[in-house]
Design a protein around this ligand. Sequence first.
Ligand SMILES: *Cc1c(COP(=O)(O)O)cnc(C)c1O
Length: 425
Amino acid sequence: MNHFDYRDGILHCEDVPLTRIADEVGTPVYVYSTATFRRHAQVFRDGLKDLGRVHLAYAIKANPNVAVLRVLAEEGYGADVVSGGEMARALAAGIPAADIVFSGVGKTRAELSRGLDEGIGQFNLELEEEGAVLAQIAHAKGRRAPAVLRVNPDVDAGTHAKISTGRAENKFGVPIDQAPAMFDRLAPLDGLDLRGVACHIGSQLADLSRLEEAYRRIGQLVADLRAAGHTITRVDLGGGLGVPYKAGDVLPSPADYGAMVARVTEGWDVELMFEPGRVIAGNAGVLLTEVIWVKPGVTNPYVIVDAAMNDLARPALYDAWHDFDAVAPSGERMTANIAGPVCESGDTFAMGRDIDAVKSGDLAVFRTAGAYGATMASTYNSRALVPEVLVDGDRFAVVADRIAAETILAAERVPEWLTPGRAAR
Ligand SMILES: *Cc1c(COP(=O)(O)O)cnc(C)c1O
C-alpha cells in the first residue's frame, strides 16, 4: 500500500498533485511520501510483534536521505550503515549511535576507529582479521567493541545474482562451517564483546523458504556455539524482504515473514535484530519525469523521458521492472519502449510495454523508486544530480537539491601545466 493515487485524474502524492511538484522543482525528481514511510515502518514492526523486543535497524543504503532518516528515527528505527559516510548521515539524522549497526565487507581501520569513538552499537564482522583488528583498536582506546560475526549460510536466495549475498561464493560473511573456530579465537580477545551472529542472504527476496533455510542454519550454529561454551545474546537476521514492482505482484508480507521468524527462532532466547531496507522505502517513492520526445521506432515508438539510468540505475543494473504511469492519463494506451537520454543502449527502462499513451511534454512516473533509486544516482553524461522531494500531507519540501552540471564542473581543475581554455592543436 502507498499514498500515490489519482484524484480528479491527476496523480497525487498524499494531498499534493505531482504537477505542482514538477512546476516548482522541475523534472526529473524523486518524490517521497512520509505517510508511506511511516506506514511501512509500522507494518514491518507489527509483523514482528510476537517476537518480543526486537531491534530494528533500517538499512540506510536503500534510501539515505537525511529527511527520510528523520522520519524513520521518529518511528523508532535505528540504522544499518555500510560506510563512514552512512554513519555520518545516521548520526546527523539524530539516530543514537547505540542504535546503529555497522555492516560492510570493507570497513577501513579509520572507519572502525571512528565507529568506536562515536559509540556505535554493533559491528558486524565480515572476516576474522577484521575482528582481530577491531579488538586491537578498541583495546588501545580502553574499550570493548560490541560485535557479531556475519555468517554466510550458503543458501541461494533465489533473487537476481547481483543482489544475492548468501551463497558460499559471494564476498559476504564467513563460511558457516568455519564460524565456530573463529568464534573460539575471537571471543577471548580483550577489546571485543562478541555477542552473537548475523546473516543477510540477499535482497528483493520473494521466497520465504530460502530465508527460513538460512535462519535454520543460523539456529543450529547458535546451538553449536553455546555447546562450545559461548554466550550468545544477539542474532541479527538482516533484511532482504521483497516488494511488488509490478501491479498484481504478490510478495510475502511482513506478517508472513514475522510468522516464519517466530516459528524458526522459537527457543533461541536471544535479542533479535532486523535490517529492513527495500520493504520500508521501495513503495514510498516515485521518480517523476517528463516526456521529451516520442521517437518512431522499428517495432514500437521510443518514449524518451528526461530521467535516465544515471537517475534510476536498477533497470540497467538488474533488468528491474518499474511500472510507468502518466500523471494525467488520457485513458488511451500505447505500446512503447521507454528510454532516457543517456548515450548507452542500457539506458532503457522498458521494451514493448503497454503504457498510458503519452506525448512530448507529458509527465509520468516510474513507481516503486523509493529504494535503491536516488541513492545510486550519478552524474554520468554530465547530467545534474537528481533532486528529492518529501511530501507530508498537503505540504512538500525539497530535501535534496538538484546539483547542476555546472556545480560539478566547478569542482574540477585543469592543472597549471595544461593551457586552460584552449583546444588541442
Ligand atoms: C542491503 C542490506 C540490507 C537491506 O536489504 P534490503 O533488501 O533492502 O532489505 C540489510 N543488511 C545488509 C547487511 C545489507 O547489505
